[in-house]
Ligand binder design. Structure first.
Ligand code: SF4
Length: 114
């Protein structure tokens, strides 16, 4: 029985050490990667998603979702994933790990705000 208690205590201490190491590793991540910096159109994920800070510049041949009359009304600031108001110049977007995107922008993940 004593061995079981010792094992549990040892496991608990090991778990605590791992949690501390994890917290230390997280604190080493630059703050700008967590939030606050703006997505640039030339980043790999932005290019894959067809993100443009100015929706008028989207290549509609490559991203036909933004083509036509319906597409012309799609902007980040009326997208369900835009964590800001329609008047905000920039706001966090969950597709880009809550980094900032332009309200006048667009990407292929656009979905209408309900
Ligand atoms: S998911 Fe929506 S808010 Fe985010 S970049 Fe794409 S269109 Fe903009």
């Amino acid at each position: 029985m004593k061995n079981v208690k010792m094992t549990n205590r040892r496991n608990f201490l090991k778990l605590g050490m791992k949690a501390s190491a994890g917290a230390l590793a997280l604190s080493a991540i630059p703050v700008q990667l967590l939030a606050g910096d703006e997505v640039a159109a030339d980043e790999a994920l932005a290019q894959a998603m067809g993100y443009a800070p100015d929706a008028a510049t989207v290549d509609t041949a490559k991203f036909p979702k933004r083509a036509g009359e319906a597409g012309a009304n799609q902007f980040c600031n009326n997208c369900a994933l835009y964590a800001g108001t329609a008047d905000d110049e920039t706001a966090p977007c969950s597709i880009f790990q809550n980094r900032l995107v332009r309200g006048a922008g667009w990407c292929n993940a656009w979905v209408a705000k309900s």
